[in-house]
Design a binder for this molecule. Structure first.
Ligand SMILES: Cc1cc2nc3c(=O)[nH]c(=O)nc-3n(C[C@H](O)[C@H](O)[C@H](O)COP(=O)(O)OP(=O)(O)OC[C@H]3O[C@@H](n4cnc5c(N)ncnc54)[C@H](O)[C@@H]3O)c2cc1C
Length: 436
């Protein structure tokens, strides 16, 4: 739909919506972002607690998140990127049982030496893990037919410790889906761009600032300066089609646009799409999505309490990762614990979860005083369940001028910041190309 004078509505101020809006604003296209909440960032946003800026969930970025990192730099400059992110070489430590790190060497030596020097892997595990990566490389990280990660590990005869500490740990953390239910193809996509990439692709990046301040807020300033606007507390209730494009009804205004990018989470996107007959199939598919939770537990200890590493795996029973908030963002004595995906922990109440996380920390680190306070944030629909052959809609839809952005739309990645950002950029590109 070539339009000489486009006006774009972006529904949703999460990472996908901002990626779309910034890409358009950068090219001088007027854009209005409608966000239903008052805090920007969606599933990656600031939560204030007792004067501290925390996040709804501790997030980890990787060196291979090229588009997210580029946008952070674009909206805030190199200084913002350096101030807002800390970059560390990949290191996975799980209690005293497992330790693996990549080396600053050309690929694939960075990984091979990492496997050879890993603690907790026997010779059989190391050889099997190397064979797994070589076979995956040989097939271009493509499967003829998708299956679960567990099935793939069975077929590739991966022994106990290689599965448990390496592949299953990566699968649960990256896909937020238990290996027995997770898509092996998406898992291979993640390995292709991380472990199979360069040593810096595998780097772990942690935000030193909260997740709203990392991208959405500097992006808002960028959009303002480039002639656009970000409206918070504006929940869109209807996307109406009109001769010139779309009328957007929100709780704050009704306005007309030539194009719409619907960048809501999959459940809410489905509701907005269902009135459009061409999109009912997509809305129906979204209504069948299953979701996986993420639980974040903040434990405030006395200032001197530290973890042995900025990120430290606590192993069973909950398979949590603990984060040292002092090492990452100078919040002294604050430990954040993340439990990915569904599991028996969902039956625990918040206090019990906090007590269990504390007990695990004591088991791994030795005696600790009781936390002064704790905060448990349960995001019940943190990510879509990344199951094999999940139908994921394209960014371009059958309605001309209406696009879908979000971590759930077509793409190689599971529900991640990078998946969300790439989808937003793709929507913007469709519009920019149609303008030519
Ligand atoms: C606890 C937790 C931990 C995570 N950890 C990681 C991690 O370590 N690394 C990683 O890469 N990813 C992680 N993720 C996933 C990542 O946060 C998401 O994939 C990403 O934020 C999704 O962005 P999005 O823009 O697609 O959707 P969302 O963030 O859901 O954004 C959608 C936005 O649309 C708004 N909205 C919805 N309906 C309307 C409406 N009708 N009108 C106006 N606005 C509307 C919502 O309020 C929201 O702001 C985690 C997620 C959670 C919840």
């Amino acid at each position: 739909m070539p339009v000489s004078d486009p006006r774009i509505a972006v529904i949703g101020g999460g990472y996908a919506g901002f990626a779309a809006a910034v890409t358009l604003a950068e090219r001088g296209v007027p854009v209005s972002v409608f966000e239903g909440a008052t805090t920007l960032g969606g599933r990656a946003r600031r939560v204030e607690h007792g004067g501290l800026a925390l996040d709804n969930g501790l997030h980890l970025l990787m060196g291979c998140y090229s588009e997210t990192l580029r946008l952070i730099r674009l909206v805030g400059g190199k200084q913002h990127e350096e101030r807002a992110l800390v970059r560390l070489p990949l290191e996975l430590r799980i209690g005293g049982a497992f330790r693996f790190r990549t080396w600053k060497l050309p690929s694939p030596l960075h990984l091979m030496l990492g496997l050879l020097t890993a603690r907790g892997l026997g010779r059989g595990d190391i050889l099997a893990a190397m064979r797994f990566m070589l076979e995956a490389r040989g097939s271009g990280f493509r499967l003829r037919q998708d299956m679960t990660v567990t099935d793939l590990l069975d077929r590739r005869r991966q022994p106990e410790n290689a599965r448990r500490y390496l592949w299953e740990a990566i699968c649960t953390a990256a896909l937020n889906t238990p290996p027995g239910e997770a898509s092996a193809q998406v898992f291979l996509n993640v390995l292709r761009d991380s472990l199979n990439g360069t040593a810096t692709d595998c780097d772990l990046l942690f935000a030193r600032v909260d997740l709203s301040a990392l991208l959405p807020e500097p992006a808002t300033d960028f959009i303002d300066k480039n002639g656009g606007e970000v409206i918070t507390g504006a929940r869109v209730t209807r996307i109406e089609r009109i001769a010139t494009g779309f009328r957007i009804h929100s709780t704050r205004s009704t306005d007309e646009f030539t194009h719409v990018i619907c960048a809501c989470d999959p459940a809410r996107a489905g509701h907005l799409l269902e009135e459009h007959s061409e999109l009912r199939r997509i809305a129906d598919a979204l209504s069948h999505y299953r979701f996986e939770p993420i639980h974040s537990i903040y434990l405030q200890y006395p200032e001197q309490v530290r973890l042995p590493a900025p990120m430290f795996g606590l192993g069973d029973p909950l398979k949590q990762w603990a984060f040292d908030r002092e090492a990452l963002c100078n919040q002294k004595g604050l430990i954040g614990v993340v439990i990915s995906a569904s599991g028996p922990h969902e039956t625990m109440d918040r206090n019990e979860l906090a007590r269990t996380a504390h007990r695990e920390l004591v088991r791994c680190l030795g005696p600790l005083p009781d936390p002064r306070w704790h905060l448990v944030i349960a995001e019940k629909r943190a990510t879509f369940a990344c199951s094999p052959n999940l139908p994921r809609p394209d960014q371009a839809t059958a309605v001309p001028g209406l696009f879908l952005a979000g971590d759930y739309t077509a793409g190689d990645y599971p529900a991640t910041l990078e998946g969300a950002v790439r989808s937003g950029i793709q929507c913007a590109r469709h519009i920019l190309e149609s303008k030519r």
